[in-house]
Write a protein that binds this ligand. Structure first.
Ligand code: NI
Length: 181
């Protein structure tokens, strides 16, 4: 099922999120729906707050980027109750976009490498180290669980420059090829 994607300005994107457990109702279906929603919108990552749920869960699939980024980790990956436990001092700047902020692309500086603990969809616990654009994707989605969107990280001058666009999105006046809320 395709779920509506909550856009910039919706309070749920700024809410504190909670860990979930194995008994979270309909979890497998929710994960399936999130992948379906993300694929339909041609996204590479989607966090639960973006479908209106303030819980610590996000999904990513960088397969679409594999051609341009040979070191991309392919396939579907589910991150439940993630915690970034380490990040490199070295930072990298690269352009990002977000399904909740349609039509906006801005360079964001982020740590080049991270170590993250999380549970996968089978409730296996992992501690993994990631680099490259995959590490950036995870940090972008992780931000959603912390009540942040990528435009929070840009300079106030840049934010000023896109403020009209952001206002338009907040007022529900952005045009979008996918279902939004
Ligand atoms: Ni996003």
């Amino acid at each position: 099922m395709i779920l509506p994607i909550y856009l910039y300005g919706q309070p749920v994107l700024r809410k504190e999120t909670e860990d979930i457990d194995k008994n979270y109702p309909g979890l497998n279906q929710l994960i399936e729906n999130m992948f379906h929603t993300m694929d339909h919108a041609e996204g590479i990552g989607l966090a639960a707050p973006q479908v209106g749920l303030p819980i610590r869960l996000f999904v990513v699939d960088g397969t679409l980027l594999k051609e341009d980024m040979p070191d991309m980790i392919e396939g579907r990956h589910v991150f439940i109750n993630p915690e970034i436990v380490e990040e490199s001092d070295e930072k990298v700047s690269y352009e990002e976009g977000c399904l909740s902020v349609p039509g906006v692309h801005e360079k964001v500086s982020r740590p080049a490498e991270i170590t993250i603990t999380y549970f996968d969809e089978n409730w296996e616990k992992h501690t993994d180290h990631f680099t490259g654009f995959f590490a950036r994707m995870l940090q972008h989605e992780y931000d959603h669980l912390e009540g942040h969107v990528f435009t929070d990280h840009i300079s106030s001058i840049r934010r000023q420059m896109i403020s009209l666009k952001l206002n338009k999105i907040s007022k529900g006046k952005a045009s979008c090829a996918y279902k939004t809320k």
